[in-house]
Design a protein around this ligand. Structure first.
Ligand code: GFP
Length: 800
């Protein structure tokens, strides 16, 4: 029986005060919000500890099959509210604190965002970490404990400036537990020779290797009100005492510390590339060594490890899990190659998250050999066996495209596919594209491996935590059953035409808009009219996501208003939140353009508050929790075929925003869920885009020259309309016209503008608008990550 079941307000108050004494030797009324947060978090950890330990022990005792989700990114954001909610003590703790004059929200504010990820990929991993214990599945995370999270974004003179995100306090992260007891050694560099043994087998002998100490930090992952606690294990690097002499200088030590310093070190140099490769191997080797050791404790044959262990390769970064497991099984447990291969491929599975070629990771074989020489040998053997297996059975061209080593490069996606039993895409269209296009040769070889798992979101965070007012209204309207069974949101269907309910939802939305407007006023000093449409695009800045198309529409509105001082439009506030990868020049130029355009528009009194543009600095999970509930319009406008799934689209719909979208990724499934009337679709679909690819007939300059209205918008980038953007404006103009507009913004522009105009009209009819918004909320339950992960658990990992 979980401790939390017996908690009372009095007990919490007593424990909380004790914790403050113990940690800081202070009374509650002296404590700062930071101190109170730490005390409360530690208390929560104490309450959960018995269940956490029990969960761990049961795996070995009951020989439970367990899945390990290997991911280079995790993006949990803050954990306090989620943990309290999942433990079922949110209200109790809030009341207890209130009784001693403490506002829980001040403690929530004191927590730092844990941003060990970039965007959707990492956030999805964290949603899965929330859902796995919730559905009672033994599924653990495995990643890296970066000292610095994704950079902190500052906007200076309109430019993005990246500052280090020192998220760890000097005492570490309050939610984690360091476990030196479970540390393991990881070997890199050196030479490896295969020396024949008496038995005739070859045994690797290592020379001049460098040994790293991998130390795990565990974080509890609490299931929703079910006493299940899983683990997220993040690895940090240390220099092993035994090998200290290998790192005599400070510079040597720093190089080692760098391994877990930052996510995605700049790979423009060979040194940066080495660091990335070491990170990947470090995480994979440390994780697998402990996993195999825990399996060994079960006393079962190594050749059957797949019966108890599943390892998931989330995107290609952990692809070395395949050769590393082979190494452990063959070199350390002395399995035959074939037996080891048979079990390894049953253990491994892989998710592809994008069809963009930049993400189909490849490594120079020379670098690979230098850093992980034994893994290099094993990959060479896997590749050789692969070619041997298929030679004569399929066209040589197919083998040439699918083998792991091509032109002295190691293809990590190929390794993940060949070395596993399952390959999945993250939305229906994306999986179709993998099968028909990007991975079609693999589909020919292994059709049985391919499957789709449409992404999902941790709905508790994106509704109950992020949007308490909407949650309270839902309780009133349909009862609170939806909080534990999200599919009960469908009950809202009964009220879509009820004007009183519509008004209630409208008021909740307005209150959330006010909350966001207050934040913008506080942080940027801009006054926002909350009767305006709040139109939001928040996501990584990337050309294919087409923030620029959104910008072009804003320019058009601006020009319209300037042309005609008397023009009345439905007022709009456009919000952007986006980080650009530090080396991604074009994306940074778009940020500069947005900021300068915002300055221009926000300071033009003649626009009479009909148009505002806000760039929200340092977009992260916590900011998303503030922004998404306040959105009227969700911009999901990627070039069709390019966005694998998207997940913010699901969060927005759950919070009653209308999606303005191309038929891309999960937008298509959202359309299927709510019906055509309750989503606004525009632009080319994937077939139209692909038709351009096959016909090679796209000509952006022709569109530009034949559409004066569009030409005027595009020219605004270079004619001085947007101040201080001479360089960036030309870069963008060139991308659109001189380089033929890779993402088809010009072709989609007119339809986008037309659908935006439709939205402006629609918004005037509050009842219809609210009814559509409610339709979206009602049907958002199908995008719960609880269901998505259940499919992974059953169909891929076999752990349920
Ligand atoms: C990537 C893809 C998205 C997808 C997520 C999770 O996210 O379409 O939804 O992975 O599968 F691009 P980003 O890193 O682009 O946000």
């Amino acid at each position: 029986m979980a401790i939390v079941m017996q908690l009372t307000k009095e007990k919490i108050i007593q424990d909380f005060k004790m914790q403050l004494h113990e940690d800081f030797m202070i009374q509650n009324d002296e404590a700062t919000a930071d101190e109170r947060f730490i005390a409360l978090a530690k208390l929560v950890k104490c309450y959960v500890m018995p269940d956490w330990l029990r969960g761990r022990d049961e795996i070995v005792k009951e020989q439970k099959k367990t899945a390990y989700y290997f991911s280079i990114e995790f993006l949990p954001g803050k954990m306090l509210q989620t943990n309290l909610l999942n433990l079922g003590i949110y209200d109790l703790v809030q009341e207890a604190l209130r009784e001693i004059g403490v506002d829980l929200m001040d403690l929530v504010d004191a927590e730092r965002d844990m941003a060990l990820g970039n965007g959707g990929l990492g956030r999805l991993a964290s949603c899965f970490m929330d859902s796995l214990p919730t559905i009672g599945a033994p599924g653990f995370g495995n990643g890296i404990r970066y000292k610095y999270g994704l950079f902190k974004q500052k906007i200076v003179n309109g430019y993005q400036v990246e500052l280090p995100d020192a998220w760890l306090s000097s005492d570490g992260n309050v939610w984690e537990t360091k476990k030196p007891h479970s540390a393991v050694d990881v070997k890199i560099y050196g030479n490896v020779y295969l020396v024949p043994q008496e038995s005739g087998d070859l045994k690797p002998v290592y020379e001049n290797v460098k040994t790293l100490r991998a130390v795990p930090y565990d974080m509890m992952q609490i299931g929703f009100k079910n006493d299940v606690v899983n683990n997220l294990r993040l690895w940090d690097v240390e220099i092993p005492e035994k090998y200290e002499l290998d790192y005599p200088t400070l510079a040597d030590r720093r190089r080692i510390e760098d391994i877990t310093s930052v996510l995605y070190p700049d790979d423009a140099t060979r040194e940066g590339q080495s660091l990335r490769l070491i990170q990947e191997y470090f995480m994979v080797s440390a994780g697998l060594q402990t996993i195999v050791a825990s399996y060994a404790k079960m006393g079962l044959p190594m050749a059957k490890i797949h019966e108890k262990i599943a390892v998931h390769i989330n995107d290609t970064h952990p692809a070395m899990a395949v050769p590393e497991l082979m190494r452990i099984l063959v070199d350390e447990y002395e399995l035959d190659w074939d037996d080891a291969w048979a079990t390894t491929t049953q253990v491994m599975s892989y998710t592809n998250h994008t069809i963009l070629s930049e993400a189909l990771e490849k490594w120079d074989a020379g670098l690979f050999k230098e850093i992980v020489p034994r893994i290099h040998q094993i990959v060479g053997e896997i590749d050789r066996q692969f070619v041997k297996t298929w030679a004569g059975k399929v066209d040589t061209a197919v083998i040439d495209h699918t083998r792991i080593i091509q032109n002295n490069q190691i293809h990590m996606a190929n390794l993940s596919i060949i070395g596993g039993h399952s390959v999945n895409g993250v939305a229906k269209l994306h999986t179709e594209l993998l099968i028909e296009d990007v991975l079609k040769d693999f589909y020919l070889l292994y059709p049985e491996k391919f499957n789709n798992k449409t992404n999902g979101i941790a709905q508790r965070r994106w509704s109950q935590i992020a949007n308490p007012s909407m949650s309270a209204l839902l309780d009133k309207q349909i009862g609170d059953g939806w909080r534990s069974n999200i599919h009960e949101l469908l009950k809202l269907e009964d009220f879509l035409e009820d004007a009183t309910v519509q008004l209630d939802f409208y008021q909740v939305k307005q209150a959330n808009k006010q909350r966001l407007a207050d934040y913008v006023k506080k942080t940027q000093g801009i006054d926002l009219p909350i009767h305006a449409i709040f139109d939001v695009q928040v996501k990584r800045l990337h050309a294919y996501k087409r923030q620029l198309l959104n910008v072009m529409h804003i320019i058009k509105l601006y020009q319209d208003l300037k042309d005609n001082a008397a023009l009345e439009i439905t007022p709009r506030v456009f919000f952007f939140g986006a980080k650009a990868a530090p080396g991604y020049h074009f994306a940074k130029s778009v940020i500069k353009i947005i900021n300068e355009l915002a300055n221009l528009i926000n300071n033009d009194a003649r626009l009479r508050d009909q148009l505002k543009v806000v760039f929200l600095e340092n977009y992260n999970v916590s900011l998303a929790e503030l922004i998404i509930p306040a959105a009227d319009v969700s911009e999901q406008i990627s070039t069709a075929g390019k966005e694998a799934s998207g997940t913010s689209n699901m969060k927005f719909m759950m919070n009653g925003a209308l999606t303005l979208a191309t038929l891309d990724g999960a937008n298509i499934e959202i359309k299927d869920a709510v019906g055509e009337d309750n989503i606004v679709i525009f632009g080319m679909d994937k077939d139209a885009v692909y038709a351009h690819y096959t016909r090679h007939d796209y000509n952006s300059r022709y569109i530009y020259e034949t559409n004066p209205r569009l030409k005027r918008v595009v020219d605004a980038f270079i004619d001085g309309t947007i101040p201080n953007t001479h360089y960036e404006g030309h870069e963008i103009w060139d991308a659109l016209i001189s380089y033929n507009d890779e993402y088809f913004l010009l072709e989609d522009f007119e339809d986008y503008v037309a659908k935006q105009a439709y939205i402006s009209e629609l918004y005037k009819d509050k009842n219809t608008w609210q009814s559509k918004a409610m339709k979206n909320i009602a049907n958002s339950g199908r995008f719960t990550s609880d269901d998505t992960i259940e499919l992974y658990a059953r169909e891929i990992w076999g752990i349920l």
